[in-house]
Design a protein around this ligand. Structure first.
Ligand code: FES
Length: 228
């Protein structure tokens, strides 16, 4: 991921590199305007520059081969899920994408994700597109269908990742989550992104952001997110 700032006194905002083009030398970032910082970033026109882009930060992801991987994204989590889905697909894995959103109007990149997935299942909380309900229910459906799943990856809001991790624990499936705690420096110095994984203190910016979902202390993570 990278940390961007719009201007000298701008907030430092961590964003996953959602796509890249080595030939053009570009990276793609996806964000939702939810506050002053992201609104400022979103107001930039083509050709303008953010004051800084720091990265790449975090650990890289090992890409397995010949496996069946289920990628369960929630909301904006589809953006950070996309590059790994693409990489799993390119490495010859069977990739089943489960894309959850609150509503159809919040879905994006359907064409991109469909191109790099063997199968795509959609759910919306309000039933405006795909399954009426949650992404975890579609994961349960896959298990009930007898799909042989080697690994599950969950990215999205903390309650989404927690629900997927619980579902995976129930079915004894390995699950990786990509945590998004509050970050400041992104280099392991401020402690803002502290999480507990397997009883040990970890820093999402340098030790993650991906962790074993079965080991993450989600209750603590949610409490810490609520502090800010
Ligand atoms: Fe400061 Fe991770 S963002 S320690």
């Amino acid at each position: 991921f990278v940390i961007v700032r719009s201007h000298e006194t701008g907030e430092r905002i961590p964003l996953t590199i959602a796509d890249s083009d080595a030939e053009r030398g570009t990276i793609t970032l996806v964000m939702q305007e939810v506050g002053r910082g992201t609104e400022k970033l979103g107001a930039f026109e083509e050709g303008q520059s953010y004051i800084d882009v720091v990265g790449p930060l975090g650990k890289h992801r090992e890409i397995p081969e010949g496996k069946t991987i289920v990628c369960v994204s929630g909301g904006l989590g589809l953006a950070p899920m996309y590059p790994q889905t693409k990489a799993y697909h390119a490495a010859g894995n069977k990739v089943i994408s489960i894309v959850g959103a609150r509503s159809k109007s919040l879905l994006f990149w359907q064409d991109k994700i469909e191109k790099v997935s063997t199968r795509v299942l959609y759910s919306t909380d309000d039933g405006s597109f795909g399954h009426h309900g949650y992404a975890t229910q579609l994961l349960e459906q896959l298990v009930a269908e007898g799909e042989k799943i080697d690994e599950v990856v969950a990215i999205g809001p903390v309650p989404h990742m927690r629900a997927v991790a619980e579902c995976c624990k129930k079915h004894n499936l390995p699950v990786t989550v990509s945590l998004n705690p509050i970050m400041v420096d992104g280099t392991g110095m401020c402690g803002g992104c502290r999480v507990t994984v397997g009883g040990k203190v970890q820093y999402a910016c340098v030790d993650g952001p991906e962790f074993d979902g079965a080991e993450v202390d989600f209750a603590e993570l949610m409490a810490r997110q609520g502090t800010y």
